[in-house]
Write a protein that binds this ligand. Structure first.
Ligand code: NAD
Ligand code: ZN
Length: 360
């Protein structure tokens, strides 16, 4: 088992990562003096495959768990669903002396984290991520929130978990589509660091084939990189970069998610956007051809053929820019060197989009 620490003074916490480690959860939970009763928020897919075992482990060790199961999917990241969760917690008499465990992918993590941050001004919460995307990226770092109709993550809070507990064994039941989604964020980490890039060039196919030992190594490397960034820039206020570089692939990605009515999953939208943002960096002359080809080569090995027929360049530009005349992108200058806040004017973005969308 590996332990990575996120250093944030009194809000510091560990990430426990391993393969088939679920039985070690209660001892860790207890060692942190957490409440003896916790609500386990999960979605119906995760519940079907893993909740029985997880609840049994908790009960056996005297942690009382109250199960709250929501439907799966991005649409659950809403104020409506958050409201229902507040009501559930109130009905069961939850106070600040109880805890909340987010047991699922990034949707459950972001939503339950937001509810934990705001219910009675904040109750302790723990992240138990069950997707590659959530283990490698979303469960770490304390960004929680829900979407409004036209804007992703429009309402939220920075709220750190007491600990993160990642068992790659959960991924055994993860559909291939969700492994591909996870690779959207993982490839991004490859772009942020040369060593990670080389590792992924060697092992991308092992991840696709769900070799859990390789996946564990990938998650470990992503967590180490993210823990350092969070420790240095918890609230994304560093204008020189900090955790903002993690928004690579997200300026266009989040717009694509919204415009597709969430038909595209988050990780899929990031995969598309990474390619397009590379093209924008190349077109703007900040990325040399050689590096462009290498970066594009890696993301292109992820097997994903998006259906974008319902999306037009003009709608995309409107979603990204609103009334602004330029977009501030996070873009790569070379492998491992990412720059945040590069301003690209509307005309250049539009022409790049049109190229990508075959003239639409
Ligand atoms: N907070 C952050 O820093 C951060 C970072 C990146 C992404 N996000 C957010 O994360 C969300 C995407 O997360 P996601 O990709 O995990 O999506 P998700 O939570 O929707 O999970 C994907 C699908 O996999 C299913 N699933 C989960 N675990 C499973 C398992 N072990 N076996 C079988 N099925 C399983 C889920 O039911 C769902 O259908 C987006 O809302 C995105 O905005 C947040
Ligand atoms: Zn993301």
């Amino acid at each position: 088992m590996h332990i990575t620490r996120v250093e944030l003074g009194e809000r510091s916490y560990p990430i426990h990562l391993g393969n088939d480690i679920i039985h070690t959860f209660p001892a860790l939970y207890r060692s942190m003096d957490l409440p003896s009763r916790a609500a386990v928020v999960t979605d119906s897919n995760v519940a079907a495959s893993h909740l029985k075992k997880f609840s049994a482990v908790l009960t056996k060790e005297g942690i009382e768990s109250v199960r709250i199961i929501i439907p799966p999917g991005e649409r659950q990241k809403s104020l409506t669903r958050a409201n229902r969760l507040y009501a559930d917690l109130l009905n069961r008499g939850f106070t600040r002396k109880d805890a909340l465990i987010a047991f699922g992918g990034g949707v459950v993590g972001d939503l339950a984290g937001f509810v934990a941050a705001t219910f009675r001004r904040g109750i302790p919460f723990v992240q138990v991520p069950t997707t590659l995307l959530a283990q490698a990226e979303s469960a770490v770092g304390g960004k929680t929130g829900v979407n409004l109709a036209s804007l992703k993550n429009a309402v939220g809070a920075f709220y750190q978990p007491k600990f993160v507990f990642s068992d790659v064994r959960f991924l055994a039941t993860l559909p291939r589509r969700e492994i591909i989604c996870g690779l959207g964020e993982v490839v991004k980490y490859g772009y942020l660091d040369e060593t990670m890039f080389a590792f992924l060039e060697r092992h991308l196919d092992d991840v696709l084939q769900k070799h859990l030992d390789v996946i564990q190594e990938v998650v470990l490397r992503c967590n180490a990189m993210k823990a350092k960034m969070i420790s240095e820039d918890e609230r994304e206020t560093d204008p020189e970069g900090g955790r903002m570089v993690l928004n690579l692939g997200h300026t266009i990605g989040q717009a694509l998610e919204v415009l597709s009515n969430y038909r595209l999953h988050h990780g899929e939208a990031v995969l598309i956007a990474l390619k397009w943002e590379l093209a924008i960096a190349r077109q703007a002359g900040i990325l040399a051809e050689d590096d462009f080809n290498k970066l594009l080569g890696l993301v292109s090995r992820v097997p994903f053929e998006p259906d974008l027929h319902s999306i037009s360049a003009s709608a995309l530009i409107q979603q990204i820019l609103g009334n602004n005349k330029a977009v501030r992108f996070v873009l790569p200058r070379s492998i491992g060197k990412i720059e945040s806040s590069i301003s690209i004017d509307k005309t250049s973005v539009l022409s790049a989009m049109k190229k990508m969308l075959g003239g639409r």
